[in-house]
Design a protein around this ligand. Structure first.
Ligand code: KIV
Length: 265
């Protein structure tokens, strides 16, 4: 029987100096396979808009769709912590955030993830009061692609880097349980990981964070477009899916993944 991972056990694991792995899952079969193999956390990412639906961004994904996929993942899960994304325009106010997060939790999520900076502080306080764990997604936040003008590394200049550090600290002080950093320079990821007392998960943030996440369709070689620099295709050599996932878990835990070739400096 696979281990039951919770927010508390993953915080303890990181406090003990260990790293943990996260993969996106959108259905019961992959959720079952990944969790049985030992992936500690499953992310029902709004990346499903791109990898399942063929959209060119995550913006068209709806809350109903996230609820549907979260429920499917929950049915297959064997003990991993399920984190579900609040999709675009489902958390524009504190009340809307609370109501949307409630739906994801009732579908089987153990934590919700939301993209943005210090402006989310009141929502994080409200979620925390209601017993809803949260993960704040900083750096390249794909729901803001139209503001960024593309999928670009964030926090490269000093002001942007300091703002991101301040945002992380403010959100964790407000009650965020995890921080996720996407596409930021390794030095900035290290500074944020050192600055906050909660697990920091990285994707394109170097191997200095406490955990790593990848979009499963990317690391299993299903994605047909050019993969971002931070992705490793674990099916590049002839592997079974189970071997590929096990290798990913081992490399995350040992710090071998991501290598310098997957990081931004
Ligand atoms: O939606 C998603 O899969 C994500 C990851 C890229 C972190 O947010």
């Amino acid at each position: 029987m696979a281990k039951n991972h919770t927010v508390a056990t993953l915080k303890q694991l990181v406090a003990d100096g260990q790293k943990f792995s996260m993969l996106t899952a959108y259905d019961a079969s992959f959720a079952q396979m990944f969790s049985k193999l030992g992936v500690e956390s499953l992310l029902v990412g709004d990346s499903l808009g791109m990898v399942l639906q063929g959209q060119d961004s995550t913006l068209p994904v709806t809350l109903d769709q996230m609820v549907y996929h979260t429920a499917a993942v929950a049915r297959g899960n064997q003990g991993a912590l399920i984190v579900a994304d609040l999709p675009f325009n489902s958390y524009a106010s504190v009340d809307q955030c609370q109501a949307s997060a409630g739906q994801l939790m009732q579908a089987g999520a153990h934590m919700v993830k939301l993209e943005g900076g210090a402006w989310l502080t009141d929502s994080i306080v409200s979620l925390s009061r209601a017993g809803i764990p949260s993960c704040v997604h900083l750096g390249l936040t794909p729901q803001s692609v139209n503001k960024f003008g593309g999928y670009k590394v964030q926090g490269r200049d000093e002001v942007a880097a300091q703002t991101m550090i301040n945002d992380a600290i403010a959100l964790v002080e407000a009650g965020a349980d995890f921080v996720l950093l996407e596409c930021v320079p390794t030095d900035l990821a290290r500074a944020i990981t050192d600055a906050v007392p909660v697990p920091v998960i990285g994707i394109g943030a170097g191997n200095v964070t406490d955990a790593q996440v990848l979009v499963s369709y990317d690391m299993l070689g299903f994605t047909q477009h050019r993969l971002p620099k931070f992705v490793k295709n674990y099916m590049a050599e002839p592997n079974t899916l189970a071997e590929a996932v096990t290798r990913y878990i081992d490399e995350v835990k040992s710090g071998a993944f991501p290598g310098p070739e997957h990081a931004f400096d």
